[in-house]
Design a binder for this molecule. Structure first.
Ligand code: FMN
Ligand code: SF4
Ligand code: SF4
Length: 251
């Protein structure tokens, strides 16, 4: 079973590619925590890195997973460049439950947060071809159930970004808000939010459980979801090319 958390589809696409090659299936993390997965003998965790760590939602949900201590557990991080403490922190959370992570790696993909800084994540699609060999090697390692941890060691930068002050900064920097003048109440953001944190009545309203994944900002057809009250152009909105909106709605 491959468990994923994804805002703009990179993690979902990688989870699906691994599932296809290893004859496995995928499950969103929000659904996985409701199931008993103790019979699964191989468990993959695929999620992005946010601010040099695992997304807050992933760190909150992973301890609730019901998986066997005998399972071959691996972690793959599709990230812009730096996994930081993403693997280290989730490995620690699992270890507290007596579960060992046997294999880990990261793979570089377009950075969906570039939009917040006025850059275009679509300009980074070159990473798919540049790092395709890395993905093939990862898949071969998973098939062979190789035991090797990559990018799993403590990162001082990841620790610094995890301090209270930096986390407050992160939330101020990345947490989106809806511009009501632009919102047409179409409901797309409500469907793609992996935290089920958006309710649309006439307009969209963002609740308190935001994990700053930016799914809503990238998916809004009106560009009505903004970070820091700055509009983001349509050309900068990103979704993994193999992933459709309805795929993200299944989370
Ligand atoms: C709030 C936020 C913070 C991010 N921080 C990092 C980071 O520290 N390092 C990095 O390499 N990528 C970072 N990214 C980029 C994502 O890890 C990357 O785009 C990932 O593939 C997104 O996965 P998804 O498409 O499955 O949501 C960040 C993205 C967001 C939204
Ligand atoms: S996707 Fe955009 S336009 Fe549609 S409800 Fe959400 S904020 Fe409003
Ligand atoms: S409100 Fe938007 S940014 Fe926050 S978790 Fe939901 S989709 Fe992600």
């Amino acid at each position: 079973m491959i468990i994923y958390f994804s805002g703009t589809g990179n993690s979902l696409a990688i989870a699906r590619q691994i599932a296809f090659a290893t004859n496995d299936s995928t499950l969103p993390l929000t659904e996985a925590v409701r199931r008993d997965l103790t019979a699964e003998r191989r468990i993959g965790l695929v999620f992005p890195s946010y601010d040099f760590n695992a997304p807050p939602a992933v760190r909150n949900l992973v301890p609730r997973l019901k998986i066997s201590a005998d399972a071959h557990v691996y972690i793959i991080i599709p990230c812009g460049a730096q996994a930081g403490n993403s693997i280290w922190s989730v490995r620690r959370l699992l270890r507290e439950k007596g579960i060992e992570v046997r294999y880990s790696h990261k793979i570089r993909v377009p950075d969906n947060s570039a939009i917040v800084f006025g850059r275009n994540p679509n300009d980074q699609v070159w990473k798919f071809t540049r790092f395709s060999d890395r993905l093939k090697n990862i898949i071969n390692d998973i098939k062979a159930e190789r035991k090797r941890l990559h990018f799993a060691w403590f990162s001082p930068l990841g620790w610094f970004m995890g301090t209270d002050r930096m986390q407050q900064w992160m939330l101020r920097t990345f947490r989106p808000a809806v511009n009501e003048d632009k919102c047409i109440g179409c409901g797309i953001c409500e469907r793609v939010c992996p935290m089920r944190n958006i309710a649309v009545d006439e307009k969209a309203g963002i609740g308190p459980h935001c994990t700053a994944c930016l799914a809503c900002l990238h998916a809004c057809p009106q560009q009505a979801v903004e970070v820091g009250a700055k509009p983001s152009p349509k050309t900068h909105q990103y979704r993994h090319p193999d992933i459709k909106l309805k795929d993200l709605s299944l989370q």
